[in-house]
Design a protein around this ligand. Structure first.
Ligand code: ADP
Ligand code: ASP
Ligand code: MG
Length: 412
């Protein structure tokens, strides 16, 4: 039988009622003749609660035990979903990551999927099971311990299963009815896109649009998975949602496809470091080793052999970054006068493959922010995106004004 992967996010399984509603959608696809692999997230709020408990134990916790704790939310939903399907007389069974087994690297809290042998689940399908409910977000590492795939990782579990099982489609059910030109919770002018190119979705996701985990888009692009994002609350409609697809499959699109943001950024400045060969390596090496995800980097003008080095990272990694830099200073690897953390900034990005062939997009972005009197602190660009760091109080204003300036509420 053809296989379908259906993933339900936290809000879609937040209560037993919602699990029943999701189960009905699955039952409908079973009736349509599919064997279904259902990937579930933890119930809404559960993972945050578990992360909070771990963080209360220690600021620099052991990532293996973090994974042991935070992976547990998904186990509950997997079992509840299987029970609900059984109540509907659909043969179903739940699977935790290690039972599949979904094998990952040993990068705890940010593991990457290495393989998903389909045999165990396929044997059960052959025996008449119609629905395999798999706990998302988790796997088993080379040392036999539980791993997790990073926040939002159930999306990646879903796409990886779709690739491994040659599924006809991977449907990501969430609390909005597709991918929008910007977060619909921030702007009521946000417009739902019928289609979006993999490259654009990849950038939007990596720049903060959490509707899909970045890695899930990478996998879908690499393995040509038909990926659809849709609401678990809407009517049954086979054409609903947004299809994430190859650029060639999109007829017309705006120069800018969307605006993404990341609220929890910090701007860190090392004041007065020696401007000498190897200084960047001496700073960013220890930061990488400490697990700090450095994003933007600016080296300021050098005077008398000293310079300021600015970088951005997520706010919850500021303590790690400070510790790594203090350690490097104590061991004499680097010398700086001060480390200043500005934790009140946000990153706003515009994304679109049209930027490859249109000049002046970045200039228009800067002019739009100038007209709103928003000061830009750091800028980075790539072929299809421009990102700026601004004071967090301007987040909504910046998004709205860019959405207006690039006329994203209109179709191309
Ligand atoms: P789930 O729990 O289903 O995985 P998430 O909270 O991870 O759901 O992702 C869905 C959320 O992503 C939406 O509620 C929305 O606020 C946010 N979001 C951010 N940017 C976008 C966008 N461009 N399009 C749609 N949703 C977006
Ligand atoms: N429950 C995990 C999280 O909240 C994984 C997911 O929902 O995708 O990050
Ligand atoms: Mg998510």
């Amino acid at each position: 039988m053809p296989i379908l992967v259906m993933k339900f996010g936290g809000t879609s399984v937040a209560t037993l009622d919602r699990i029943r509603r999701a189960a009905k959608r699955v039952g409908r696809e079973v009736a349509n003749g599919y064997d279904v692999i259902v990937i579930v997230s933890a119930m809404a709020g559960e993972t945050n609660k578990l992360v909070g408990l771990v963080e209360e134990t220690s600021q620099f916790f052991d990532a293996r035990e973090y994974d042991a704790v935070v992976s547990s939310g998904e186990n509950v939903t997997a079992g509840l979903m299987a029970l609900t399907m059984q109540e509907m007389d659909v043969p179903a069974r739940s699977w935790q990551g290690w039972q599949v087994p979904l094998r990952t690297t040993d990068a705890h809290a940010a593991a990457r999927i290495e393989e998903i042998p389909p045999e165990n689940i396929m044997t059960k399908f052959a025996e008449g099971m119609r629905v395999a409910v798999v706990a998302g977000f988790q796997g088993i590492g080379p040392d036999g311990r539980i791993t997790t795939l990073g926040r939002g990782g159930s999306d990646t579990t879903a796409v990886a299963f779709a690739a491994a099982f040659g599924a006809e489609r991977c449907d990501i059910y969430t609390d909005v009815d597709g991918v929008y030109t910007t977060d619909p919770r921030i702007s009521d002018k946000a417009r739902k896109l019928d289609r979006i190119a993999f490259e654009e979705m990849l950038e939007l996701a990596s720049l903060g649009a959490r509707v899909l985990q970045t890695r899930s888009v990478e996998l879908a692009m690499r393995y040509k998975v038909r990926l659809r994002v849709l609401s678990s609350f809407g009517e049954f409609d086979d054409n609903a949602g947004t299809l994430v697809c190859a650029e060639e499959d999109i007829v017309e699109s705006n120069v800018v496809a969307g605006v993404a943001y990341s609220r929890d950024e910090a701007k860190m400045t090392l004041i007065s470091v020696a401007d000498r060969p190897g200084i960047a390596a001496a700073i960013f090496g220890p930061l990488a080793e400490a697990g700090v995800n450095v994003d933007m980097i600016v080296q300021n003008i050098s005077e008398e052999g000293r310079t300021d080095m600015t970088f951005s990272c997520p706010t919850d990694q500021v303590a790690r970054a400070e510790k790594a830099m203090e350690h490097a200073k104590a061991t004499g690897d680097i010398n700086f006068h001060d480390l200043v953390a500005d934790t009140d900034v946000a990153k706003i990005s515009i994304v679109g493959i049209g930027m490859r062939s249109h000049a002046g997009v970045a200039a228009k972005m800067f002019a739009t922010l100038r007209d709103e009197n928003i000061n830009i602190k750091v800028i980075t660009t790539s072929e299809i995106k421009v990102s700026v760091l601004v004071d967090r109080k301007y987040l909504e204003l910046a998004i709205q004004s860019l959405h207006d300036a690039f006329e994203l509420e209109k179709t191309a």
